[in-house]
Design a protein. Structure first.
Length: 106
């Protein structure tokens, strides 16, 4: 359910995760496979909408590792209806930080 074209854009929490096209699709596939073994995810506050052939949504995701570390992320996505199937065309995941941390001297 992921678009396999240059229009695909994935923006992740890692500063290097600003990808499009095949690179984005490959990252999505690899990270999804790795996450199923290494991370536990709990999704909440899910909202989804569509009009015509465009869909979008957002969710909060809580992650935890086997050693007890946790993180909360915000996720949003845009989908296109292609051949009667919804295809991910854009996703953005971010970890919220306070304005003081975001604009700290550095």
């Amino acid at each position: 359910h992921v678009l396999r074209g240059e229009e695909l854009r994935l923006i992740g929490t890692n500063p290097d995760e600003w990808l499009r096209g095949f690179d984005a699709h490959d990252l999505f596939r690899r990270e999804a496979a790795a996450a199923t073994a290494a991370l536990r995810a709990e999704v909440s506050e899910v909202e989804a909408y569509s009009t015509g052939g465009t869909g979008w949504g957002a969710a909060l995701v809580g992650f935890s590792t086997a050693d007890g570390r946790t993180a909360r992320a915000r996720f949003s996505a845009v989908f296109l209806l292609v051949d009667n199937a919804w295809k991910l065309v854009n996703s953005h995941t971010s970890v919220a930080v306070s304005d003081d941390d975001a604009f700290s001297p550095g």
